[in-house]
Design a protein around this ligand. Structure first.
Ligand code: COA
Length: 152
């Protein structure tokens, strides 16, 4: 499906927050998203689609924290209506390019052990499990699987 990737703008905040609330049992608050904008090490991108009538909607988003040579995926979600259309894959491929431009050699992330969709996505794109953080997540309590991807 066709979408543009843009740098986050506050006009997108309500839509991002709605996707976040529909995607996670412990969602980030609007303030967390706003605070991320104050951190120069964080990049925040949104995938924007346009309907035939010309109405734009946020379909998904991704936030990364870059401390070269490492880049961490802090958050990624796609609106339930737009899932399984390649949007997360597009956002991640975009971030891989940006990370390479910033001379990163490793991408890192954490994922709930039971999050089959996300783990399948990451494995498809070359991430592999490198560790586990016991009881890292709440609601419900669950381990995090730590995954890395090498860019070199
Ligand atoms: C995980 C998530 C971001 C995937 O977004 P998406 O845009 O639907 O993913 P894509 O369409 O780009 O899928 C790319 C690949 O990921 C895998 N994948 C994605 N969703 C999947 C699912 N529900 N079941 C199995 N594999 C899945 C597949 O390999 C897929 O490739 P394919 O469609 O060619 O089979 C989305 O389900 C989501 O927002 N989930 C809630 C938030 C979340 O869990 N974020 C990750 C936190 S670590």
């Amino acid at each position: 499906m066709k979408f543009d990737i843009r740098y986050f703008d506050p006009v997108f905040l309500d839509e991002v927050s709605e996707i976040e609330n529909r995607s996670f049992s412990v969602p980030w608050s609007k303030t967390s998203f706003e605070d991320s904008l104050k951190n120069p090490l964080i990049d925040f991108y949104v995938a924007v689609t346009e309907s035939e009538e010309g109405k734009t909607s946020v379909a998904g988003y991704i936030l990364t924290l870059t401390v070269s040579p490492e880049c961490e995926i802090l958050n990624i979600a796609v609106s339930p209506e737009f899932r399984r259309k390649g949007i997360a894959e597009g956002l991640l491929n975009f971030v891989f390019e940006k990370a390479a431009e910033k001379r990163c050699d490793t991408l890192m992330l954490e994922v709930r052990e039971s999050n089959f969709a996300a783990r399948s996505l990451y494995e498809k794109l070359g991430f592999y499990a490198v560790g586990r953080r016991k009881g890292y997540y709440t609601n419900p309590i669950e381990d995090a699987i730590l995954m890395d991807k090498s860019l070199s």
